[in-house]
Design a protein around this ligand. Structure first.
Ligand SMILES: *[C@@H]1O[C@H](CO)[C@@H](O)[C@H](O)[C@H]1NC(C)=O
Ligand SMILES: *[C@@H]1O[C@H](CO)[C@@H](O)[C@H](O)[C@H]1NC(C)=O
Length: 376
């Protein structure tokens, strides 16, 4: 069979070129920053194991990791090696982002999901229960091509949920912080711990989908709780502990009240319009690619939209994100996460827009808030 010139390059050739380019990115000499992902599952290759262990030690130094025993060290080294292989798989499936070593590279996928996510939705509606009001459709013409609530001062610093499946509480406080900023012009950091300790609200339809501290919850449940309880305290009066404790809510310390909330319609143009007009939105997504995410615009070829397991905050969007190898400039969402500033892009995640990727469109909600003193 004659080979013609000008055949389109195969997927694996493109992938190899991407990985080749990545290996020339700045910081490649730093074993942590080095995004070249080498498969490390062949334990017979001692040189490779040595290289993996050197990267593991650099990872431990960078993130201040300590392990109690030799066994634990060996176990975590094995997990780290498997996560390097997983990062390489993610890199192949998500070539416009960079995947590699993150602060969570010593946790198995199951440990990570248990400790750092926490959406309790069981149904494929993503917890959008029938009794929650749905917002009316909005005009989408004339929206800006890019938008960022951080630049308007509506977003608090990136927080850290720690080893506690309380993402739902951070997603909720983020939405309330933004709504309060829009209502009052003041940015207050609000208490996740109040939700973790005090909110046990269940979904009206999915009756076993209840908010349950570090074991998960739903943002729409927490709005109902906040409307009933009378509001949310500030972070400084009810600080985050990272574990569930006794409820210490004190109604006289409420800083923000919730007047109402809505589930947003499910297409991305409507999400944009609601974001611009109503403030940062609480969203759920499938976090399958996030443990290994380092930077860039994540646009995985496969990311099931039904497996929503993580609650985050949508704070903006962009029109043309640079992507490696001109695989295309891609429109993207800007997402605030609650895994600290050392994860992702200073704590943020960019996910490509217009593809309903990772279920970003399936669990979206907003609140309306007022300053507590204004309503007495
Ligand atoms: C609640 O907060 C108020 C105001 O700071 C304080 O006077 C009161 O003692 C607190 N109540 C409880 C039960 O801690
Ligand atoms: C909440 O919003 C819904 C729809 O947006 C509206 O029908 C309802 O009356 C509102 N509830 C309150 C208490 O304002």
């Amino acid at each position: 069979m004659a080979k013609r010139r000008g055949n389109p390059p195969s997927f694996s050739a493109v992938l190899a070129a991407v990985l080749y380019l990545l290996s020339f990115s700045p910081g490649a000499s730093d074993p942590i920053e080095d995004p070249k992902i080498r498969p490390v599952t062949d334990l017979a290759d001692h040189r490779r194991v040595g290289a993996t262990e050197r990267r593991f030690r650099a990872f431990m130094r960078r993130y201040g990791k300590e392990y109690g025993s030799r066994e634990e060290y060996g176990h975590r080294l094995g997990v780290f090696a498997r996560n390097l292989a997983r990062a390489a798989e993610h890199q192949a499936l998500d070539p416009t982002a960079v995947h590699g070593i993150t602060p969570f590279s010593d946790l198995t996928e199951e440990e990570f999901e248990r400790a750092f996510m926490g959406i309790a939705a069981k149904d494929d509606k993503g917890g959008a229960s029938a009794e929650s009001p749905t917002a009316p459709r909005m005009e989408v013409d004339g929206l800006p091509s890019s938008f960022d609530w951080r630049k308007k001062g509506a977003v608090t610093n990136v927080k850290m949920q720690g080893s506690c499946g309380s993402c739902w509480a951070f997603s909720t406080t983020g939405a309330v912080e933004g709504a309060n900023f829009i209502a009052t012009g003041k940015l207050l950091s609000l208490s996740e711990q109040q939700l973790v300790d005090c909110d046990h609200t269940c979904d009206a339809v999915e009756k076993d989908a209840c908010n349950n501290g570090c074991s998960g919850g739903l943002m729409t449940n927490s709005y109902k709780y906040l409307m009933q309880a009378g509001g949310l305290e500030e972070e400084k009066s009810y600080p985050y502990m990272g574990k569930q404790g006794e409820c210490r809510f004190n109604k006289s310390l409420v800083a923000v009240r919730i007047t109402n909330f809505t589930n947003k319609p499910l297409d991305e143009d409507q999400i944009m319009a609601n974001l611009v007009h109503h403030g940062p939105l609480a969203v759920g997504l499938n976090a399958a690619f996030m443990q290994t995410y380092v930077r860039g615009i994540s646009c995985p070829l496969i990311c099931f939209r039904r497996w929503i397991n993580h609650g985050v905050l949508l704070v903006g969007y962009g029109a043309r994100g640079f992507s490696i190898l001109r695989l295309g400039y891609r429109p993207y969402w800007i997402i605030k996460n609650s895994w600290g500033k050392r994860w992702g892009e200073n704590g943020y995640y960019r996910l490509c827009r217009d593809h309903n990727i990772c279920g970003i469109d399936s669990m979206v909600s907003a609140v309306a808030a007022t300053l507590a003193t204004e309503t007495g």
